[in-house]
Design a protein around this ligand. Structure first.
Ligand code: ADP
Ligand code: MG
Length: 383
């Protein structure tokens, strides 16, 4: 079985994708810190870190800029940090603003769009804009070339596939019919300047407090000059995602439904010709193989040790439940590996506590970056 190190060899982008709550943010942060510890300059682009994880990465505010995680914090955890870990939290709105600033032909049209009320609404509400902006920021960071490896966490989309379509959806919106209607001389903008309507509009203006139509017209006019630039850039973003230096990891849980979703997601990646690297199954229940045969005797053995037969019975029942879960997980993971026809199935156990600091990430890394032999030992519960 290939290890994560082999999968990431020579990659400059690693994208952790999967459904919500499975551990994408945790896995992204752990991969980034593990690769940085090995000597690379790594930046993790997180989307929605839990507050305590954000705090421990030094991500107190958005900012939309990468910050270096204090290296002495790793020393304090006994982790040797040979490289550099940087982290940033995606600010979709700020990324959109940066994109406008880049695409605008001049200062004036840039300001016109940025200050436009329609833009201000659209930039934060546009369907898929968070997904698209994650890709956009990734592309911008990649182009700047400051890092050896960029690790991208993906947004908690309702549907794990949303972000795959995001670039397309944004360009479709920009070049779409909705805009044409406004931009054509015979379009809505022209029609509504007719008399009766202008009365209605002035009433409307009173109600909403600003001249909606003027803002709309201005927005679409300023935006129309940028359509080509947007399209060209979206193409380059797509090209980067499909590049050999990019690698998609599917993160999932060990239960039936997450496994099915991972299978589906993998298929979509393959169809979209995006480079699939492997799958991380997080929060796995590991079996305690050496005890397996003795489950029947367990209550007695425990009663001796605990001196309380009732408690012993309950502990034994709990253990049997856990073993059943472990068997179910193992079965699901086998199924997943055969469906995906991949040898890269990396298991990470369900730790006793949430992962909210560098120590927690280091613990996840023990499993993520284990060699084949180490993994066999860990799976048997001996490590
Ligand atoms: N292996 C694990 N063991 C225990 N808790 C975990 C593990 N991985 C993630 N968690 C916890 O599960 C929750 C969800 O993880 P998160 O990475 O935020 O998921 P996602 O980004 O996919 O929504 C967090 O509270 C996190 O600390
Ligand atoms: Mg997340």
């Amino acid at each position: 079985m290939a290890s994560l190190n082999e999968v990431l060899e020579g990659k400059s982008i690693c994208i952790c994708a999967g459904s919500g709550g499975v551990g994408k943010t945790t896995t992204s942060a752990a991969i980034a810190s593990g690769m940085a510890a090995q000597g690379l300059r790594v930046c993790v682009l997180t989307i929605d870190p839990a507050k305590r994880l954000a705090d421990s990465l030094g991500l107190k505010e958005l900012g939309n800029e990468a910050r270096r995680v204090d290296p002495t914090l790793f020393e304090a955890q006994g982790v040797e940090m040979k490289g550099e870990l940087w982290a940033m939290m995606l600010d979709a709105k700020a990324t959109f603003d940066e994109l406008i600033a880049r695409q605008a032909p001049d200062e004036e049209s840039r300001e016109r769009v940025l200050n436009n009320r329609i833009y201000q609404q659209i930039s934060s509400a546009l369907a898929g804009s968070q997904e698209y902006m994650a890709m956009e920021k990734l592309f911008a960071l990649h182009t700047e070339g400051e890092f050896d490896l960029l690790v991208l966490d993906t947004p908690p989309a309702r549907n794990a596939l949303d972000f795959l379509d995001a670039p397309k959806r944004l360009t479709q919106f920009i070049e779409g019919k909705s805009l044409r209607v406004f931009m054509k001389p015979t379009g809505l903008a022209a029609k509504v300047t007719g008399r009766g309507v202008s009365v209605a509009l002035s009433v409307f203006k009173k109600i909403v407090g600003f001249d909606l139509l003027a803002d709309l017209a201005e927005f679409f006019n300023a935006f129309s000059g940028m359509v080509d630039g947007f399209q060209a850039r979206a193409k380059r973003v797509n090209k980067l995602l499909a590049d050999r230096e990019t690698c998609f990891l599917v993160v999932c849980g060990p239960q039936g439904e997450p496994i099915d979703e991972a299978v589906y997601f993998h298929r979509k990646l393959v169809e979209a010709k995006l480079p699939f690297g492997g799958v991380v199954v997080n929060k796995v229940h590991y079996p305690a193989d050496e005890l397996k045969g003795d489950i029947e005797d367990l209550p007695e053995t425990l009663a001796d040790k605990l001196g309380d037969p009732d408690l012993a019975k309950r502990v034994a029942a709990n253990f049997a439940d856990y073993q059943a879960l472990a068997e179910r997980d193992a079965h699901n993971i086998d199924h997943l590996a055969s469906e995906l026809r991949t040898s890269v199935v990396i298991r990470v156990p369900h730790l006793d506590e949430d992962v909210h600091d560098l120590a927690g990430l280091a613990q996840i890394d023990r499993y993520l970056f284990a060699t084949a032999e180490e993994r066999v030992e860990m799976a048997a519960g001996r490590a």
